[in-house]
Design a protein around this ligand. Structure first.
Ligand code: MG
Length: 228
């Protein structure tokens, strides 16, 4: 069935930013004596920065991170990420977004990112696709992914926007690239179309119960065009 509402994750779905995130996390965690690999980064993707740091501290030191540690590590990681430069859009995602817009779909971003410049970056690369009202970021949620809260918030907002037309969960879908984001979308009750844009195995995604797994954005676009 054709979907009316699309909830897009950002890193690894809109932007090919995961290699920079992985490098920045690995470097900064090691400054603090914390072992955190690029694979850890991909497996943890979707969590807020605070949660990534806290999980790592629990695993490595057996205790929670302090607020000071979270702030220091997160600020250094953000600075390093920005030093590495802007990431290009994921191949094929512009065509996908243009197609969905032309179809009259409602397009949201649901991200664990809290970057202040996020909206400007989106406008530069995808002009006219996103609005501030259709963005759920780290600032909008108490529990980031893998909790379903970000996707449930997006659904509530979409429902309010579509009034008086009623939308139900079956009208919505999630576009994700990460295992934990897939779990969040699935637990929120939506179809999840996972696109494996990174180095993990498809099985890492299938383990979190997506509806389908695609190898790239073009495969997803072809699939969506076949829905009626
Ligand atoms: Mg992602």
């Amino acid at each position: 069935m054709k979907k009316k509402v699309y909830f897009f994750d950002m890193d690894g779905v809109l932007f090919d930013s995961m290699p920079h995130h992985a490098q920045a996390w690995e470097e900064v965690m090691s400054r603090y004596g914390l072992h955190f690999t690029a694979r850890d980064c991909y497996l943890q993707e979707g969590r807020t920065g605070q949660s990534v740091i806290d999980e790592c501290m629990l695993r490595e030191r057996g205790r929670h991170a302090t607020d000071e540690e979270v702030n220091a590590i997160y600020n250094e990681k953000s600075a390093r990420f920005h030093e590495l430069g802007g990431a290009a859009p994921v191949t094929g995602v512009k065509d996908l977004l243009d197609y969905l817009k032309q179809q009259g779909a409602l397009i949201f971003i649901v991200t664990g990112s809290g970057q202040q410049t996020l909206f400007d970056t989106l406008q530069t690369h995808f002009p006219g696709i996103f609005t501030r009202e259709r963005m759920i970021t780290a600032h909008d949620v108490t529990h980031g992914k893998p909790d379903p809260e970000p996707y449930l918030k997006a659904f509530a907002r979409a429902k309010a926007m579509m009034t008086p037309n009623v939308i139900t969960p079956v009208d919505c879908c999630v576009i994700e690239n990460a295992p934990l984001g897939t779990r969040a979308g699935h637990d929120a009750g939506f179809d999840v179309y996972a696109v494996n844009t990174g180095p993990l195995d498809d099985e890492d995604l299938w383990a979190e119960h997506p509806t389908k797994v695609f190898g790239n954005m073009t495969e997803l676009l072809t699939f969506l065009k076949q829905q009626s």
